[in-house]
Unconditional design. Structure first.
Length: 208
């Protein structure tokens, strides 16, 4: 029997994840069955269950993938000296997230926000998924703390406020913008960037 290459296995897993994501975006987690996923990816049950035991594992894999990608993006930013200011940094990363850049071929513009809101809602009733989300959140939070600490070391941000508090607030801004996209329609990322610039300008003296 011919040996299946790792490249083929990875491509098949990617195919299943992308197809499942499209189903979840269209119909939501509760209304999507494994049969829907099988039909979307045009594979047999055996081929899909070789990679994922069921819908919950698929959801968990998608959540982990997105959160890991966001963490990596902010860890890369933290290695810069110093990172871009919060309005630029959040705009850059959230622009990529909401454009579906981290799972290309699975979601289009405006769809990632809807997927994220569904994930958050599902964690309220699904403890295993809640554990996955908390683990991913802890990783993302850690990378954002590094960014804030880099601001503080560079003298760009007050050092007497705990970095983890600032990081949690920055995450809340990103989550809130994603929720607004899902609930009220797509809005240019420049809107949240301008809002942050306005908040950051408090205390600045007027020119002249």
């Amino acid at each position: 029997m011919a040996r299946v290459s790792q490249q083929h296995l990875d491509a098949r897993r990617r195919q299943i994840l992308d197809g499942a994501t499209r189903c979840f975006v269209r119909n939501g987690f509760q209304a999507t069955s494994m049969h829907d996923v099988l039909r979307e990816v045009d594979l047999s049950a055996g081929a899909v269950y070789r990679y994922f035991s069921g819908k919950e594992e698929l959801i968990g894999a998608i959540v982990t993938e997105v959160l890991d990608a966001i963490r990596d993006a902010f860890e890369e930013a933290a290695r810069q000296g110093p990172p871009e200011p919060p309005d630029v940094l959040i705009g850059q990363v959230m622009g990529r997230v909401l454009a579906g850049e981290f799972i290309p071929g699975a979601v289009g513009p405006g769809e990632m926000g809807r997927l994220l809101v569904q994930v958050w809602a599902e964690t309220l009733r699904n403890e295993s998924l809640a554990t996955v989300l908390r683990t991913g959140y802890d990783k993302v939070h850690g990378s954002w703390v590094k960014v804030v600490e880099a601001y503080q070391v560079a003298g760009l941000m007050r050092a007497d406020i705990p970095a983890e508090h600032v990081a949690r607030t920055m995450i809340a801004v990103a989550q809130g913008f994603a929720a607004q996209q899902a609930l009220f329609g797509e809005v240019p990322i420049g809107v949240v960037q301008n809002g942050l610039r306005g908040l950051m300008s408090m205390g600045e003296q007027k020119a002249g």
